[in-house]
Design a binder for this molecule. Structure first.
Ligand code: FAD
Length: 388
């Protein structure tokens, strides 16, 4: 298949600086050379490509917007472009980097104290310390405020009890950010792997995000030092602040997955002959390809504007919800169309579209389901919350 060299129907590259394009091209090269050749094998085996972890650290992908502590100090648009390219490779790889940076390094940076930052961030920037983010519980997904996990102060320690589910990187993490209620208020705790009373169990049987580790976390009278609480996160706005960072990256990631399947479907359609002509020449195939490029172009503009607002400091959670829900939705629709254009070949892992399609089902649900983002936008424009 023709080499991937981006999808830019409307000269959107012209809206970006040279520095932004340079970062994107670095990530694009990494994905083309290091990810694409191995990812189907990992997806088939249900394994995460651990070998890529140090190199992504060297490239500055973890906590990329943090200034200092060994991080790259990039703009939000540059960071978004990295997420786009990683998800062009695989949503599982982008999930790894999102969790590491937006869900684990960000709360330590934003809600932690200087000691915590110095202790963990440099190691996380290189990938030597892998993090996971434990918010969701078996009975509390969209409504994390109902969580049952508790923390209790006992002398110079906190004792955690409870369980978390669907935790990306759980089984491979050296550090878990666990959200638990202390006297009824949600607080964030740093739990190091190996702490007595803390255990993980990987979840298997997934048809989605197979090249990503998903685990349950269990805390049973798990005693951690009192200094392992994040001092500045109180209430649900702590974890929601992290989710906003991650959702922003996912919105860019959706563009990357959509680009991958569009590129594959277009190249396939140009060479696949039926009724003595390339299927790209049939109107119904063109209608699908035109739908894809139309939606990809709108998604690119949407996420670039959200990135510009984030860099300016004026982005609102509902802007990020709009971008996450739209871009993942159109990526999933595009993957289904690409799979259809590929015909029977589309159901094999010799092609990428089926893998992206399955992956995007998770991305559609995690970090706030599509419908929950609809309600966030609904609340923003009407002033009336409709969750309950
Ligand atoms: C592969 C994967 C990785 C994940 N990684 C992590 C992680 O690293 N850390 C973490 O904490 N969590 C993680 N999650 C969990 C994820 O965030 C949750 O699955 C998500 O929040 C939805 O929760 P739920 O699955 O319990 O669905 P539910 O909340 O039970 O929702 C089920 C359905 O009901 C709908 N619904 C719920 N409430 C409402 C309402 N008020 N109005 C209308 N519709 C509603 C939802 O939209 C959805 O369609 C991961 C999930 C997956 C699949």
């Amino acid at each position: 298949m023709k080499k991937f060299d981006g999808v830019d129907f409307l000269e959107i590259d012209g809206l970006m600086s040279e520095d932004e394009i340079a970062v994107r091209d670095l990530a694009r090269k990494f994905v083309s050379e290091k990810v694409i050749p191995i990812i189907e094998g990992h997806n088939r085996a249900g394994t995460f490509p651990m070998d890529l972890v140090p190199e992504m650290g060297e490239l500055g992908f973890y906590g990329a917007t943090i200034d200092g502590y060994g991080c790259a100090g990039l703009s939000n648009v540059q960071y978004g472009l990295i997420m786009q390219e990683l998800e062009r490779g695989d949503s599982g790889l982008r999930s790894f980097v999102s969790v590491q940076g937006a869900l684990c390094m960000y709360p330590i940076f934003a809600y932690g104290n200087e000691e915590q930052r110095k202790k963990y961030l440099p190691g996380m920037a290189t990938g030597k310390i892998i993090g996971c983010f434990g918010l969701t519980e078996p009975d509390f997904g969209s409504n994390p405020s109902g969580m049952l996990t508790t923390a209790r102060k006992d002398g110079n320690s906190f004792i955690l009890n409870g369980s978390k589910m669907w935790i990306t990187n759980g089984g491979i993490a050296q550090l878990a950010i666990v959200w638990a209620k202390l006297d009824g208020v949600i607080r964030g705790f740093l739990v190091e792997a190996g702490t007595p009373g803390y255990s993980t169990k990987d979840q298997h049987g997934k048809f989605s995000l197979r090249a990503s580790v998903t685990s349950e976390l269990a805390m049973q009278d798990c005693r951690i030092p009192a200094e392992n609480m994040l001092p500045d996160a109180k209430g649900l706005k702590g974890p929601l602040g992290c989710l906003n960072q991650a959702r922003y990256g996912i919105a860019w990631g959706g563009v990357g997955a959509a680009m991958a399947v569009y590129h594959e479907a277009l190249e396939y359609a140009k060479t696949r002959i039926q009724f003595d002509r390339p299927i790209a020449g049939f109107q119904m195939v063109q209608e699908k390809l035109a739908w894809m490029i139309r939606e990809i172009t709108k998604a690119q503009l949407l996420v670039l504007q959200v990135g510009r607002l984030k860099d300016k400091g004026t982005v609102k959670p509902e802007h990020i919800s709009l971008a996450k829900m739209n871009n993942v939705h159109i990526a999933l629709q595009a993957a289904r169309m690409a799979r259809e254009i590929l015909g029977a070949n589309g159901i094999t892992d010799e092609y990428q579209s089926g893998r992206h399609m399955c992956n995007l089902e998770s991305v559609y649900t995690y970090e706030g389901t599509h419908d929950i983002h609809t309600l966030i936008i609904g609340e923003a424009i009407t002033g009336i919350p409709a969750y309950k």
